[in-house]
Design a protein around this ligand. Structure first.
Ligand SMILES: Cc1cc2nc3c(=O)[nH]c(=O)nc-3n(C[C@H](O)[C@H](O)[C@H](O)COP(=O)(O)OP(=O)(O)OC[C@H]3O[C@@H](n4cnc5c(N)ncnc54)[C@H](O)[C@@H]3O)c2cc1C
Length: 495
């Protein structure tokens, strides 16, 4: 029995879900949003709380009023971040990168609550305490089954928008091969090694920390990082994450070890929310956005679609604009009466070609591939060598990316730093072989060239579904060239 029928079902009450639901509803279609948590816990999500330029409409398109969200004092709790710092304390390295393009630290819970309220104001029907446990399909995705307040319910729809977060369980529930597509489905479920695992605590210190205007990163023993993101001078979001293609790290224990060794955290307490310690962990996408985020009757966005920065793991902005895109494409397809792959293709087209940020993320993933292929001690030495401008570009904070294209500048900076760090004995400290280091630097320089090649390839992303296979085979050829250049064996290749 069908309990509820809608034009669009959005699964997930996170950022992508709210942007998708509000956008589709504002376009005039009937939307239900399903969230497994209770209403009061909506938006209580593991996050480092760092958000980029909340007032920039390019980052946050659509009907959600981000100015209203950003003007809310309970949300934008730290508006003073003006630098990023990279500390490799074993090596005595402290890199300070000015961060002028509007980074802020938010209260992620309050932020999530405001988004849910705005989605409801746009006419979205919201069902909380509703856990989706099956996707229904018949040539196309036609709905979901769920447990709502302990009772089984069935929902039917024209389009299902999957915004259930990184490693979305819905993608395991759909049999993509069994859907009606003109050729092989364009949607591919991502592999688990394309994700990271991350964990954070909110801690309250007795005294203000002296880096309250900075977001701080430090290396881990595996590829990944520890962060200190001050929400206020005495309330710090501390966390860490690693990529699942590396040895697992017991995150909570590793974080405790770090925090307990820092003088500024002596006597600090873990803050509470909902009468429990404010500690949360989750998966995080560390890959390029999916080649195609659509299937018949199905769209995906946010962490579920891999629209996260492949190096830093930041995904708020990607979830917002991809959620907007999914909501818009779903509404257009419902109005046109065509929810096939081709009918929903507008989502892919807008993200890769018109907005373009998905293309940038996909290109920068080459840095993730290159970094994953380097031993972590060599990687730390390379980071110590990199000129700050280069680092700024890699972590995606540069406002002068085009000006940085001069490889000569970067090359000269690396050489200069190489001489300085050699004098300081940095590489001896890490036990890094200089030839290995030199090769890693060359590999990184080569990667820069490949990033530009990928950018060109993604600029040619197909506007129509029918040209997808040709485009993908060209892109796959570039992957192979890149892997060969990095001398990766077949089992080291990411895709
Ligand atoms: C520890 C950590 C720190 C991070 N730090 C930052 C940062 O500082 N800055 C930044 O930009 N990004 C950060 N990220 C990434 C960012 O949090 C994510 O990219 C972003 O939350 C993705 O949003 P989303 O809406 O796609 O998914 P989510 O925020 O994960 O929302 C998914 C929603 O779907 C619901 N759901 C899942 N399954 C079901 C189901 N079966 N039925 C019903 N509901 C379901 C969940 O309860 C959840 O509410 C961090 C991630 C982690 C894990």
């Amino acid at each position: 029995m069908v309990d509820s029928q809608h034009d669009v079902i959005v699964v997930g009450g996170g950022i992508a879900g709210c942007f998708a639901a509000a956008t589709a509803a504002a376009e005039g279609v009937d939307v239900v949003q399903l969230e497994r948590k209770p209403r009061e816990e909506g938006g209580f999500i593991a996050c480092g709380d760092a958000i980029k330029s909340p007032r920039n409409p390019t980052n946050y398109p659509g009907p959600i009023d981000m100015d209203a969200v950003a003007n809310d004092e309970s949300v934008l709790i730290d508006n003073n971040i003006d630098q990023i710092e990279w500390w490799d304390e074993d090596l005595g390295v402290r890199k300070v990168l000015p961060y002028q393009n509007g980074s802020n630290v938010i209260d992620r819970y309050e932020f999530g609550q405001r988004l849910l309220e705005q989605a409801a104001d746009h006419g979205v029907e919201q069902h909380y305490d509703t856990v989706v446990n099956e996707v229904v399909q018949d040539g196309r995705v036609t709905g979901v089954k769920a447990i709502r307040d302990g009772e089984p319910v069935t929902y039917e729809c024209d389009v299902l928008i999957d915004t259930a977060g990184a490693q979305s369980i819905l993608q395991d529930m759909v049999d993509f091969e069994a859907l009606d597509t003109p050729a092989e489905p364009t949607f591919e479920v991502p592999h688990y090694t394309h994700f990271g695992s991350a964990y954070r605590e909110i801690i309250e210190t007795e005294e203000p920390v002296d880096y309250h205007n900075a977001i701080v990163g430090k290396p881990l023993e595996e590829m990944g990082y520890i962060w200190y993101f001050p929400r206020t001078p005495t309330q710090i979001n501390v966390g860490l994450g690693f990529q699942m293609n590396k040895e697992p790290i017991p995150l909570a224990d590793r974080l405790r070890r770090d925090v307990e060794n820092r003088p500024e955290f002596r006597g600090a307490n873990v803050a509470e929310r909902f009468d429990r310690k404010n500690k949360l962990g989750s998966a995080i996408a560390l890959r390029r956005p999916l080649d195609s985020m659509v299937a018949p009757g199905y769209l995906t966005a946010g962490g579920a679609a891999g629209t996260t920065h492949p190096i830093t793991g930041k995904g708020i902005r990607g979830a917002a604009y991809s959620g907007y895109s999914a909501g818009r494409a779903a509404a257009l397809a419902v109005e046109d009466g065509d929810v096939s792959e081709a009918g929903l293709w507008e989502h892919n087209r807008w993200l890769y070609r018109e907005h373009g940020e998905a293309a940038k993320l996909a290109s920068w993933d080459a840095y993730n591939v290159a970094a994953s292929s380097i031993d972590v001690s060599v990687l730390r030495a390379v980071t110590a060598l990199l000129p700050e401008k280069e680092l700024r570009e890699i972590v995606g904070t540069s406002t002068e990316v085009d000006g940085l294209k001069s490889k000569l500048l970067v090359g000269a900076g690396v050489l200069r730093n190489f001489a300085t760090e050699t004098r300081k004995g940095t590489f001896d400290e890490l036990g890094v072989d200089r030839t290995e280091l030199y090769e890693a630097v060359l590999g990184l320089k080569r990667t820069r060239d490949y990033v530009s090649e990928y950018e060109r390839r993604y600029e040619a992303y197909p506007a129509e579904r029918s040209s997808f296979e040709r485009w993908r085979s060209e892109r796959d050829r570039l992957d192979r060239e890149f892997y060969d250049a990095l001398e990766l064996s077949p089992d080291e290749r990411k895709y």
